[in-house]
Design a protein around this ligand. Structure first.
Ligand code: S3P
Length: 464
């Protein structure tokens, strides 16, 4: 697996760049296109590995998909009940969203499907999605998790729902805010003759709600409550024609890099700025970061903007409560900003970070310490002692197989006192296959190396 060698920035980062298509929106667009009626067209940047897992899953259910160019997919929807039993287990790779969203659709199928994942995904908690789906009549079984009582992990066996049974209505209160679980319930709700009510403790990303509404599904939201009442609905999803906005989660690494490399000015173009996703910008405002969002219209109910970021003198902040749900995937890069801020930053209410692609609290604490940044780990977050001046200590760190940990470490390396190394960086392709090329285009010097071997010009061919 390739490593990244990041050289300290010797000049400002400068330029205007595209970012990958929003990973969450792309998962939903692919999945809904597969169960829609007719041919859907989905455009956006080239897919990362997580989105590819969803695409491969649909192919395994017999859905015909063409990719006329690296940035376009044509999907022949089979209708709500048109999926075919797959010949083999479906590999969701590293993608929790693929596994949990698929679970919602598979709960209503007349066949059984086995969902498997890589080592990281096979450790992640699945009872949170299995339980409410079972409550509405689905069969879902997984492995008992020896580390957590009452928890199950993949492989998951889902279905069959024997004819003539249908899923029943449900009123469910999520114990922890989760867009994946909420979406699985709403997707399964498309198959239930009765209503689906979901309530969350805090509103999580609402892409599923926006997309279903745009497709004419009768859905109402009131605060953290969503209702899908299919009475009067045709039961058919029309085909989609969508250009997916850029991923704010990917953009945040670039906007963060611009904050900490003196003199920088960076623009991420056409980024989705759905308010349930902009917690990173809220936290950045609290740190006196330099950024602006220029509105660029809307796509299927999703607001889009160019996000500009510039070098800033950051101050420490507190990240907790509701903003955590809106910045859940950006907390690793917020830790990097905290390391460059004046004062001590506190991250709390973020215990969910421990069950992401890695234990991101522990992983980021290890990365920060390796770069000479003092931090204290807490069960639900951490304290980070900012070092507003002076270079960080150049470090060699592990990605721990987590794309966001790898990218956060790479950004830290831009402000180190010598070349830093991120080991096993291929995982970056999970969400941001062109990360290295994009940072280089902005002026950074990064090499991609093969295991301790000669450093090559690297490039995206090396997957990082
Ligand atoms: C996602 C929801 C979040 C997020 C993940 C993508 C989604 O997970 O961390 O990267 O697309 O619905 P949870 O639902 O577990 O909070």
């Amino acid at each position: 697996m390739p490593d990244l060698v990041i050289h300290p920035a010797t000049k400002p980062l400068f330029g205007s760049v595209p970012v990958p298509a929003d990973k969450s929106i792309t998962h939903r667009a692919i999945l809904l296109a597969g169960i829609a009626s007719g041919r859907s067209r989905i455009r956006g940047a080239a897919l990362g590995e997580d989105n590819r897992a969803t695409l491969a899953a649909l192919r395994a259910f017999g859905i015909r998909i063409e990719e006329p160019s690296p940035t376009e997919m044509l999907i022949e929807g089979a209708g709500l009940l048109g999926l075919q039993a797959p010949a083999a287990p479906i590999d969701c790779g590293n993608s929790g969203t693929t596994m949990r969203l698929l679970a919602g659709v598979l709960a209503a199928q007349r066949f059984v499907t086995r969902l498997i994942g890589d080592a990281s995904l096979s450790r992640r908690p699945m009872e949170r999605v299995a339980r409410p789906l079972r409550m509405r009549g689905a069969r879902i079984e997984g492995n008992l998790d020896p580390r957590r009582v009452g928890e199950i992990t993949a492989p998951l066996d889902i279905g069959p729902l024997p004819a003539p049974h249908t899923l029943c209505g449900i009123e469910y209160e999520l114990p922890v805010a989760s867009a994946q679980v909420k979406s699985a319930l709403l997707l399964s709700g498309l198959y239930a003759p009765e209503a689906t009510y979901v309530r969350e403790p805090i509103v999580s990303r609402d892409h599923t709600e926006r997309m279903l509404s745009a497709l004419g599904v009768p859905l109402r939201t009131a605060g953290a409550m969503v209702e899908l009442d299919p009475s009067g609905w045709s039961g058919e999803l029309p085909a989609l024609d969508v250009e997916v906005p850029g991923d704010i989660s990917a953009a945040s690494f670039l906007i963060a890099a611009a904050q900490i490399v003196p003199g920088s000015h960076v623009t991420a173009r056409r980024v989705g700025v759905n308010p349930t996703r902009t917690g990173f910008l809220e936290a950045l405002r609290g740190m006196e970061g330099v950024f602006a969002v220029e509105a660029r219209g809307e796509e299927m109910g999703e607001p889009i903007g160019d996000v500009h970021g510039g070098a800033a003198a950051l101050r420490a902040t507190r990240v907790g409560g509701e903003v955590v749900a809106r910045a859940i995937d950006e907390l690793p890069i917020l830790c990097v900003l905290a390391a460059r801020a004046r004062g001590v930053t506190e991250v709390r209410d973020a215990a969910e970070l421990r069950v992401k692609e890695s234990d991101r609290i522990a992983a980021m604490a290890r990365v920060l310490r390796a770069f000479g940044v003092a931090c204290e780990e807490r069960p639900d977050g951490m304290l980070i002692e900012g070092r507003e001046e002076g270079a960080f200590t150049a470090a060699e760190v592990e990605s721990e197989g987590d794309h966001r940990v790898a990218m956060a470490a790479a950004v830290l390396g831009l402000c180190a006192d010598g070349p830093s190394r991120v080991r096993d960086a291929a995982c970056i392709a999970t969400s941001f296959p062109r990360f290295v090329g994009t940072l280089r285009a902005l002026g950074a010097t990064i090499e991609v190396t093969s295991d301790g071997g000669a450093e090559s010009g690297g490039g995206e061919g090396a997957k990082a």
